[in-house]
Write a protein that binds this ligand. Structure first.
Ligand SMILES: Cc1cn([C@H]2C[C@H](O)[C@@H](COP(=O)(O)OP(=O)(O)O[C@H]3O[C@@H](C)C(=O)[C@@H](O)[C@H]3O)O2)c(=O)[nH]c1=O
Length: 184
């Protein structure tokens, strides 16, 4: 059982699985295939970010190895961001930013055709996510987290952020062309 809601940007979904607490702790179904019809996951990922103010993103894999991602947090909290880069989409360039945490037990479904990234709001944050294609270093790509054309209101300043070398060197959205076309 889960509550599933859409956003103004088509394709994105917020999933809130039920959590059954009792004197032992809790039980929760964290994934059911029926929540995301026609979606097949092939890889599960788990990352730990030691410090609050760590940004990972904004990432995507190029076609034909594009990935949909189902993201959740099992320790701490993040601001999770998905940017629509489906060329032809009425919401091209727009993003959503939602807090996912171990406390709110929410998951964000980000289909292929989006940039994805997050900022940790706590130390020792652990994020786990399912993806629909295997990691492919040749197709792995990024856009600058602080691209003003995207305009994410990140909860960390450029002076304080912890960022990988790869993410520091990422191009702006205007420089990557149009890697995804809206289907249908
Ligand atoms: C993502 C990934 C990385 N790696 C390796 C490559 C590298 O040596 C090390 C760290 O990789 P990265 O710096 O790319 O990790 P990270 O910055 O955490 O990348 C992730 O960020 C979030 C926001 C996403 O959306 C993911 O799809 C992925 O892009 O792990 C894999 O072996 N498999 C994978 O699926």
């Amino acid at each position: 059982m889960a509550e599933i809601n859409g956003f103004d940007i088509a394709g994105l979904k917020l999933i809130r699985p039920r959590k059954f607490g009792d004197e032992r702790g809790f039980f929760s179904e964290v994934f059911r295939a029926e929540w995301l019809p026609d979606t097949v996951f092939v890889q599960d990922n788990h990352s730990l970010s030691e410090k609050r103010g760590t940004v990972r993103g904004l990432h995507y894999q190029k076609n034909p190895r594009a990935q949909g991602k189902l993201i959740r947090v099992i320790a701490g909290a993040i601001l999770d961001v998905a940017v629509d880069i489906r060329w032809g989409s009425p919401t091209y360039g727009r993003h959503v930013a939602v807090e996912l945490s171990a406390a709110n037990w929410s998951q964000l479904w980000v289909p292929a055709g989006f940039l994805h990234g997050f900022c940790t709001l706590t130390d020792a944050t652990q994020v786990v996510y399912k993806v629909t294609d295997y990691y492919s270093p040749e197709h792995d790509a990024a856009v600058a987290w602080d691209d003003p054309d995207i305009g994410v209101s990140w909860p960390v300043s450029a002076a304080a952020v912890t960022l990988s070398a790869k993410d520091q060197a990422a191009p702006r959205l205007a420089e990557i062309g149009h890697p995804f076309q809206l289907e249908g």
